[in-house]
Design a protein around this ligand. Structure first.
Ligand code: SF4
Length: 339
């Protein structure tokens, strides 16, 4: 039985018209599900008996099963079970300015970044639209909150699941759907150049973040396999194109790993890549895990790296790891469960 969360509004409109119902019935169903939180077709009082029966006979409204939640003051990490038994993660961060949810896009990931728990667990499959949307809906219902912003930065490479990502953005931003503004969505990629260009052509206001993590091909080739296919120059050409098309600022994510990518030379290389561009840099002290030998850079090195960028006029922050204590680096909880 197909899940109703597997449809965008346009897809549901087409489906309803094709089977003899009205186009506006789709926005009615969306309104019940996404606005009123009603997960029972029989309670949707303004739709006809025939439509109710059609929906009850053919569609489900199942949420994702919650396998585990780890909470601290400002964050909750969810391990969610899919209908085929696979598990994914999402992380809710409660900021002063609102609730942000980091969602997964695939079961595992094939990009094989050397420091990443998700990459250790190879890609099993892409997530469906419902499996992406239901991370938000399930957490909202469980926590009795509204998610204000969404970051597609959990397990998986979102641009490797591009068609579903586009439909996901459509439901998240839909006025009858989750109604989260485009500027409150961020998609993070490890650098799939052709998809960055395709994303630019979508001409949305959705934010783009790039997991860079190294400022020379020599270092990035070691850390991120994708760099051998799309080296740094090509990634930055694609980012320039994205900025030209959208006039949106790009976030450069840079995890600082001791002795690997945190030297003065690394910082200066990064300056030359970013300087004068509509980009800002997020420095992220590495979140150590038991499965890797990588170590977090010490405070002195982190501050020095930051100072070099700052002195050269780069917009930069050091991101506080508010969810580190609950294994919030992507894939850590799932990796632990399956270990
Ligand atoms: S960092 Fe992102 S792209 Fe790289 S392996 Fe992990 S989940 Fe995949």
């Amino acid at each position: 039985m197909k899940n109703i969360f597997d449809y965008t509004l346009e897809e549901l409109e087409k489906l309803f018209v094709a089977v003899g119902f009205k186009k506006y019935n789709a926005s009615q169903v969306f309104d019940w599900v996404y606005k009123k939180g009603v997960l029972d077709f029989s309670l949707m009082s303004n739709i006809s008996k025939n439509l109710k029966s059609f929906l009850i006979d053919n569609y489900s409204l199942d949420l994702l099963k919650i396998s585990k939640v780890i909470r601290d003051k400002k964050s909750s990490k969810y391990l969610l079970e899919l209908s085929d038994g696979n598990k994914i993660e999402c992380v809710l961060l409660k900021h002063d300015y609102g609730n942000s949810l980091c969602v997964s896009s695939q079961v595992g990931c094939n990009m094989g970044c050397a420091f990443c728990e998700s990459g250790r667990l190879k890609k099993v499959r892409d997530l469906s639209l419902s499996e992406m949307i239901l991370q938000i809906v399930t957490v909202e219902m469980e926590e009795c909150i509204k998610v204000d912003s969404v970051v597609v930065m959990g397990i998986g490479e979102p641009f490797d699941n591009f068609e579903v990502l586009k439909r996901f953005i459509s439901v998240v931003t839909c006025p009858y759907g989750l109604e989260i503004g485009q500027r409150h969505i961020t998609v993070s990629t490890c650098g799939l150049v052709p998809k960055i260009k395709e994303f630019a052509l979508m001409n949305t206001q959705v934010n783009l973040a790039i997991s860079l993590h190294a400022s020379s091909d020599e270092v990035r080739n070691k850390l991120m396999k994708i760099n051998r296919a799309y080296p740094i120059r090509e990634v930055f050409d694609a980012l320039d194109y994205y900025i030209f098309k959208t006039n949106r600022r790009v976030t450069i994510e840079y995890v600082l790993i001791d002795g690997i990518n945190d030297s003065e030379e690394d910082a200066l290389n990064l300056v030359s890549l970013v300087k004068g561009k509509l980009m800002y840099v997020n420095l992220i002290p590495y979140n150590e895990t038991s499965n890797f030998t990588f170590k977090r850079s010490n405070e002195f090195k982190i501050n020095k790296f930051y100072d070099i960028l700052k002195k050269n006029g780069i917009n930069v922050i050091i991101r506080k790891n508010i969810a580190g204590g609950i294994n919030a680096a992507c894939g850590q909880l799932r990796a632990k469960e399956s270990a």
